[in-house]
Write a new protein. Structure first.
Length: 114
């Protein structure tokens, strides 16, 4: 598998292969972070989720406070779309606590309310 590392601005092209003995070989990285990224990306990929949602007379920007398993991204977005609140929100507030039982909160990053 070929990947572009996103751990630093260099953007190394990584080649990640699983050996017959189960070991994962990463080549093409110019730093140790690339090696770790390559292994993580093929064994248990995660993503930060960001989205925008209607709120009052405008919108709020939301994101996961930490990465969640890549396979849960679509379900996470569905849960966010179903959620609502009458609370007054500000940047940094928790919009949804423990999304999908991941232990990760959905955080308000900014508001654009008229």
């Amino acid at each position: 598998m070929e990947l572009t590392c996103i751990m630093c601005p260099v953007g190394c092209t990584l080649k990640v292969t699983k050996q017959k003995n189960g070991e994962i070989l990463v080549t093409g990285n110019s730093c140790p972070r690339g090696h770790e990224y390559g292994i993580k990306e093929v064994t248990s990929p995660e993503r930060i989720v960001t989205t925008v949602k209607k709120y009052k007379s405008g919108t709020i920007s939301l994101k996961t406070e930490k990465p969640i398993p890549k396979g849960l991204v679509d379900s996470c977005l569905i849960e966010i779309s179903k959620a609502s609140t009458n609370q007054e929100l500000k940047a940094g507030d928790v919009f949804i606590k423990d999304i999908l039982n991941t232990g990760v909160n959905i955080i308000v990053t900014s508001l654009n309310v008229n």
